[in-house]
Every structure is written in C-alpha cells, then in structure tokens.
Design a protein around this ligand. Structure first.
Ligand SMILES: NC(=O)c1ccc[n+]([C@@H]2O[C@H](COP(=O)([O-])OP(=O)(O)OC[C@H]3O[C@@H](n4cnc5c(N)ncnc54)[C@H](O)[C@@H]3O)[C@@H](O)[C@H]2O)c1
Length: 353
C-alpha cells in the first residue's frame, strides 16, 4: 500500500483526480490535504467521501507545524501537489496570498518530505514529490512555436511567477538534497467542477442565464485547452511510470482564440437547450484587457506521448459538450457555489478542526 498526500484535492483538478484514482486503486490510501479556501468545494467529492481508502485533512500547506503533524500522522510515501492559489485575475488584485501558498507552501511541503524521508539516514527509496504546474511559467508565445520542456521560464503574472518559483524550488530540492521529484506543466484545463471564475464555466453559466459574456481585449488571446480528466490521467501516468527528476509538458493540441471558445460555447448551449444562438451571440461584450495578458500559449506534448504513451482522449468538441451537459445537469452544485452555501457547509463541518 502506498499513502499519497494529495494537496488541493477539494479544488477543480484535485477533485477530478481523486474521483478518478480513489475508486480505481483501493489498494492505496489517498489523504486530501486542503485548506478549504473559497476555491474548494466538498460537494465535488461526494462520490468518494465515504470510500475506506480516502480521508480529508483540513491543513494549510504554508503552516509548518500543521504540515509536520500531518506527516507524523500519515507517514506518506508520496505527495501529489495540486494546492495553489490559481486565478490570474485574483493574483493581480492581491499577489500576497499567491506567494504565501504557492511559494512558501511548496517550500514547507518540500522540507517536510526532506525531514521525514531523509531522517535516520533513511534514503528516499520509493518516495516521490510530484509537482503539478502550468505552462504559464514559460510566458507568452508569438504567433509561431510551441513550449517544450526546454523553453526558458519567463512568467508574466503574479500567479505564473509564483508557480515558476515553486517549480524552481522543487528542482533545487532534487539537485541539492536528492529529493525524488517529477514535474508536469499543463495547459488550460476545462471540465466538470470548475469554479465559475474561469473563462469556460463563466461563459456557460452566463449564457444559460442570458447575462453578458465579457471577453478580454479583442478576444484574440490563444490558449491550448485540455479536458480535465485527460490532465488527471497524465499526472497519474507520470506518477506511476515517469522518470524521477524529469519534467513532462501536458497539452491538448487544441489551440483556440478566446472568442472562438465563446462562440463554440454559444453554439453548444443553444443546441443543448434550444435557445436562439443569435440571442446568445448578442450577449458578447469586449471589455478592457487584463494587464500583462499573455498573447498565446501552446504546448508541445510529444515527450509524454512518446515516452509514456499518454494521449488525450477528448477532443475540444467532445470535452466541451460533456462540460456544458455537466453544468446543465448539476443545478445543486451551481446553486451552492452561487449562493455561497457550500462555504457555510464547510464552516459547519470543518470550522473547528
Ligand atoms: N486550472 C488550470 O487550467 C491549470 C492548468 C495547469 C496547472 N494548474 C495547476 O493545477 C493545480 C490545481 O489547479 P485548480 O484549477 O484545481 O485550482 P483550484 O483553485 O480550483 O483549487 C486549488 C485548491 O487548493 C486549495 N488551497 C489553496 N491554498 C491552500 C493552502 N494554503 N493550503 C492547502 N490547500 C490550499 C484550495 O482550497 C483548493 O481546493 C494548481 O497548482 C494549478 O497551478 C491548473
């Protein structure tokens, strides 16, 4: 049995990841380590909350004493590190929390691993720190080219620079202390359970409610979109089969301008609900661009495809249709997020822990 500490497992990607691996691997133990910030939603974990190989620890990864106690109590073999402040716009308004969680929190976890696994001259055999990161660390591309694992880091936002710093810390702990790590840098994710502050869920929910569809600048920024379970499968593949000390870029080969994404959402919402697409198109509104907005991200994922045999299962068409259907079918989840009721539930159940 391997004990995995999965940080940030109540967020969008972490919850999708746990939903995938917990039922599939009853032989392993998964401990979800989450501070339960605004971005966490325990309703996203309803399908696994009673599984015997799953538990939740409400812990702030930047709190050294709490993390030390967590390691003492669980004796983990591996950490899969999702926890982060993740929203670029929030990072522009308030960068401090991004440095605290993404940089200092990663440092605290690395130190906890080094101390726990390195003690008694114990060596790191069979141990692993898997760091989940983003392609935004590479900065912005012009109209041509792709990010490879060798692309120089050049982050633009407080979010991406805090993730870049955390990537550097992970590699330094590998080189300096021999800590076994693996790293994945992934493009933009979309899919079920995504908090409605990011582009795709905002547009789906606003279209359903006939609210305006705000698009930054001219809507020409290009992102490479990956369905969330394809990302989760890639992470699990790297955790199992990847080479220690290696980095793998993960992407979907789905480059689209933001305005194209919005147009596809409009068409799908119209198709799925019988709404008039012209009425939805009239809701599009171009708004002042985000400062430092990177023009284009695009990932070369050939290393993970070639070396580990991973390929995405969903195209943008199939993944987006699933996503729109999920938001149509999950009123209770959406209402709880909208009204803030999910926060009350967290405070009632975890407020004192
Ligand atoms: N969303 C994307 O498109 C994308 C793409 C590539 C990489 N990533 C990376 O994947 C990871 C997960 O992203 P997401 O979109 O699921 O984020 P999210 O914002 O939905 O979830 C983040 C989770 O981390 C938890 N958290 C925040 N601060 C914490 C702290 N101090 N201690 C413990 N837990 C804390 C939150 O409560 C939440 O459950 C992040 O590291 C992000 O950088 C995201």
């Amino acid at each position: 049995m391997t004990t995995y500490l999965v940080t940030g497992g109540a967020g969008f990607i972490g919850a999708n990841f746990l939903d995938l691996v917990v039922p599939r691997h009853p032989e392993h133990r998964f401990v979800n380590v989450d501070k339960l910030t605004y971005a966490a939603n325990l309703q996203s974990l309803a399908s696994i909350e009673d599984a015997p190989n799953y538990s939740l620890a409400r812990v702030d990864i930047a709190d050294e004493a709490a993390v030390a106690a967590l390691f003492e109590a669980n004796d983990p073999d591996a950490v899969i590190h999702f926890a982060a402040e993740s929203h670029v716009d929030r990072s522009i308004l308030g960068p401090g929390e991004f440095v605290r969680t993404n940089v200092h929190g990663t440092y605290v976890l690395l130190e906890a691993c080094r101390k726990r696994w390195g003690r008694d001259g114990g060596g790191y055999d069979g141990k692993l720190f898997h760091h989940v990161s983003t392609d935004e660390v590479y900065g912005s591309l012009g109209p041509e080219g792709l990010f490879t694992e060798e692309t120089r880091y050049d982050p633009s936002s407080p979010y991406s620079s805090s993730k870049a710093a955390s990537d550097h810390l992970v590699r330094a702990w590998g080189r300096t202390y021999g800590l076994p790590y693996k790293l994945t840098n992934c493009s933009n994710n979309y899919g079920p359970l995504q908090f409605p502050e990011k582009l795709i869920p905002v547009m789906i929910l606003n279209a359903l409610e006939r609210k305006r569809l705000p698009i930054y600048g001219k809507g020409q920024n290009v992102r490479d979109w990956l369905y969330v379970t394809d990302h989760c499968e890639a992470i699990w593949k790297v955790v199992q089969d990847g080479v220690v000390g290696e980095t793998y870029n993960v992407g979907g080969n789905n480059e689209l301008m933001n305005v194209e994404v919005v147009d596809r959402i409009i068409d799908l919402v119209a198709e799925e609900t019988g709404a008039d697409p012209d009425e939805l198109r009239a809701l599009k509104e171009y708004v002042t661009d985000r400062p430092g907005h990177d023009l284009r991200y695009a990932i070369d994922a050939s290393k993970i495809e070639r070396e580990l045999g991973w390929t995405p299962k969903e195209t943008f068409e199939t993944g987006l249709r699933k996503t729109v259907r999920w938001y149509l079918d999950n009123d209770a989840w959406i209402d709880a997020v909208r009204t803030g009721a999910y926060r009350d539930w967290i405070e009632q159940n975890y407020g004192e822990r």
